[in-house]
Design a protein around this ligand. Structure first.
Ligand SMILES: NC(=O)c1ccc[n+]([C@@H]2O[C@H](COP(=O)([O-])OP(=O)(O)OC[C@H]3O[C@@H](n4cnc5c(N)ncnc54)[C@H](O)[C@@H]3O)[C@@H](O)[C@H]2O)c1
Length: 316
């Protein structure tokens, strides 16, 4: 089926990979991104340049909260992958209003414009953080998600509920994907793997929060992108899926794996636990396997080696 997909947040980490994968398989793609300064916008412009080597990417520089910009970006699109957001747990504690505005109001604007434009398929980025601070694993999509420990998590849960409410119109299939810590080339520079790998490589101290026992399910970007494309192709009604690896790694183990990948010992700058951080994430993949055919393929050690190779490759 020929389709034209609007990717919001197309200049970002996950968005640029999704846009690239869609172009590679022959879909037409349009982008919407406001190039926020959450991290250096020059990195986002470079992401866009890299995607454009694969094909045409018309990209509107605009805000998802702006109905006119969204209407223009949606022209000719029959599907949306909504990735634009204020991301990150810790900064959301300092800016709950800004997070709610972009992640909730922005999603409402986009949903309403998409419905009016006759979009059939709407896939959006949620997060493992909606599960809250839990010690029981793995996390199943049907588990209660009513105890978020950061404004970011609350906005992602609210976004899921907004998507669900649009089902009443009966015109769009809506899928929310709970990403479990994505990493790989172009990862946001403030995220742990990226920040740690650079610090280790440059001999700078690594900010190490807590006692090292917090555990995360890390998901390689190619697996995330595969799950996004499968969701576009198999959308049906309203769905929520976990996209993870279903393997958990402690912070101490992560640092050891990064030392191995970078080939240098880390200097740890030990700090207390951060408010908003959860002790554990771990995806149950039963539903994503059964309904999407999703199967993660990149173990952490291999993904980290690829990330470090990318980090060391000079880009023009
Ligand atoms: N990276 C992860 O591990 C992870 C985990 C769970 C969920 N997510 C979600 O996945 C999505 C993509 O995350 P990412 O890591 O690629 O982040 P990113 O910051 O690299 O990408 C987000 C993009 O959205 C754009 N943007 C922000 N506000 C906007 C607005 N108001 N209007 C238009 N564009 C705007 C930014 O300029 C950026 O290019 C986000 O929704 C994030 O919450 C990411």
């Amino acid at each position: 089926m020929t389709r034209r997909v609007l990717v919001t947040g197309a200049a970002g980490f996950i968005g640029s990979h999704v846009a690239a994968a869609l172009l590679r398989r022959g879909d037409a793609v349009a982008g919407l991104d406001s190039f926020t300064d959450f991290y250096d916008p020059a990195l986002k412009r470079r992401n866009v340049e890299e995607v454009r080597r694969l094909g045409e990417l018309p990209l509107l520089e605009g805000d998802v909260r702006d109905p006119a910009a969204v209407r223009e970006a949606l022209r000719g699109c029959d599907a949306v992958v909504h990735l634009a957001a204020k991301a990150g747990v810790r900064p959301s504690l300092l800016d709950p209003v800004g997070y709610a505005d972009v992640n909730v109001r922005g999603t409402a604007v986009l949903l309403e414009e998409a419905r009016a434009a006759g979009v059939r398929t709407f896939v959006s980025a949620s997060s493992s953080s909606v599960y809250g601070a839990r010690s029981a694993a793995p996390f199943v999509e049907s588990d209660p998600c009513d105890r978020p420990v950061s404004p970011y998590a609350a906005t992602k849960r609210a976004m899921e509920l907004l998507c669900r409410s649009f089902q009443v119109h009966g015109s769009m299939d809506l899928t929310c994907l709970r990403f479990f810590t994505a990493y790989g080339p172009r990862q946001r520079p403030e995220m742990a793997i990226h920040a740690f790998a650079r610090a280790i490589g440059e001999g700078r101290p690594v900010p190490f929060y807590g006692d090292g026992t917090s555990r995360r399910d890390y998901t390689y970007i190619d697996d995330i992108v595969d799950g996004v494309l499968r969701s576009l192709d198999r959308a049906s009604g309203f769905r929520i899926y976990n996209l993870g690896e279903s393997a958990t790694t402690s912070l101490s183990e992560l640092v050891a794996l990064l030392e191995e990948a970078v080939g240098r010992r880390a200097i740890l700058d030990r700090r207390p636990d951060q408010p908003g951080d959860v002790p554990l994430t771990c995806a149950d993949l039963t539903l994503a396997r059964a309904e999407l055919g999703y199967e993660p393929r990149t173990p952490l050690r291999e993904g980290l080696a690829r990330f470090v190779e990318w980090m060391r490759t000079p880009r023009g």
